[in-house]
Design a protein around this ligand. Structure first.
Ligand SMILES: [Zn+2]
Length: 285
């Protein structure tokens, strides 16, 4: 092949890859919106909306009194969620701010309004202290396939990029952590899931370790998971169900994905290029 023909071939290959990444991201965007429109998902969001976001102080109070608490709400909120606090359960004490205003007569014969805030102790209960039908949940399935080769290749890509990969049994439902130059992967899952996790963390390493700017956590998760989706699907590992649910649970949608298309596409292409050339070249050498 002449060098011109070679150049042309490389350019065509790149064009095809860019197009296939665009197509995959379009499929993912549609899958995310489908999850968001499903009844299971809207039921879940409606039930989650009833849970209050507690202040740092109150979160500490809850953790001190009930370290295993997972979902905490007041007596009436549990009732609205069709769950009943069991008789004899001791509530978890938190501090609730109570704004007040009162009117007083002033010397000019008019009234002054005094506004203030006082705090009172209220009691909340963990879900384990209640009985009733299960709360709506959205299934976030773990990838059950094996993908030993892809996992090994992604480890090579990480090494090529100067990133250390630690495999460990992580607790607390953590699948992976990106620490800047070091990535932890939970190795208690099948290798397909571990490959997806590693691709996700490699995307965080590439996109979010420096100059993250005003990017929100949900946007960072959308970007990392979309990159992982493209990389895994390109390598023949189907991760669509997990990726679309994961992004929807992080409040991502097709609009947000399209707003970040360039960053996602470039990062995915970088990892795929590394998989195609450097990593495999190294493994063979
Ligand atoms: Zn992440």
């Amino acid at each position: 092949m002449t060098s011109l023909a070679k150049k042309q071939e490389t350019a065509n290959k790149k064009k095809r890859l860019v197009q296939s990444i665009d197509d995959r991201l379009d499929t993912l965007a549609k899958a995310i919106d489908k999850v968001r429109a499903s009844k299971i998902f809207t039921d879940y969001l409606n039930s989650q909306a009833r849970f209050h976001k507690y202040s740092w102080n109150n979160s500490m109070l809850i953790a001190m009194q009930c370290p295993d608490a997972t979902q905490v709400a007041g007596y009436q909120t549990w009732k609205k969620l069709n769950r009943q606090v069991r008789k004899g359960e001791h509530g978890i004490m938190i501090i609730a701010p109570c704004p007040f205003s009162k009117e007083t007569d002033n010397k000019q014969g008019g009234t002054d309004t005094i506004e203030g805030i006082f705090f009172r102790a209220v009691h909340v209960f963990d879900i384990a202290q209640t009985d009733g039908p299960e709360l709506p949940t959205v299934d976030l399935p773990t990838i059950e396939h094996c993908a030993d080769d892809l996992l090994a290749q992604l480890v090579s890509v990480a090494h090529h990029r100067g990133i250390i990969v630690n495999f460990a049994s992580l607790t607390g439902g953590v699948f992976g952590i990106s620490k800047g130059g070091v990535v932890d992967v939970n190795n208690s899952h099948p290798t397909g899931q571990q490959a997806k996790t590693l691709a996700h963390e490699l995307a965080h390493e590439a996109l979010h370790k420096t100059n993250r700017g005003a990017l929100t956590r949900s946007m960072a998760e959308l970007e990392a998971e979309s990159v992982a989706y493209v990389v895994c699907m390109h390598s023949g590992l189907d991760v669509e169900v997990r990726a679309s649910h994961y992004i929807a649970l992080w409040d991502g949608d097709s609009k947000a994905l399209r707003a970040s298309l360039d960053r996602i596409s470039k990062t995915a292409r970088g990892i795929i290029d590394d998989l195609d050339h450097k990593a495999i070249g190294k493994a063979v050498a």
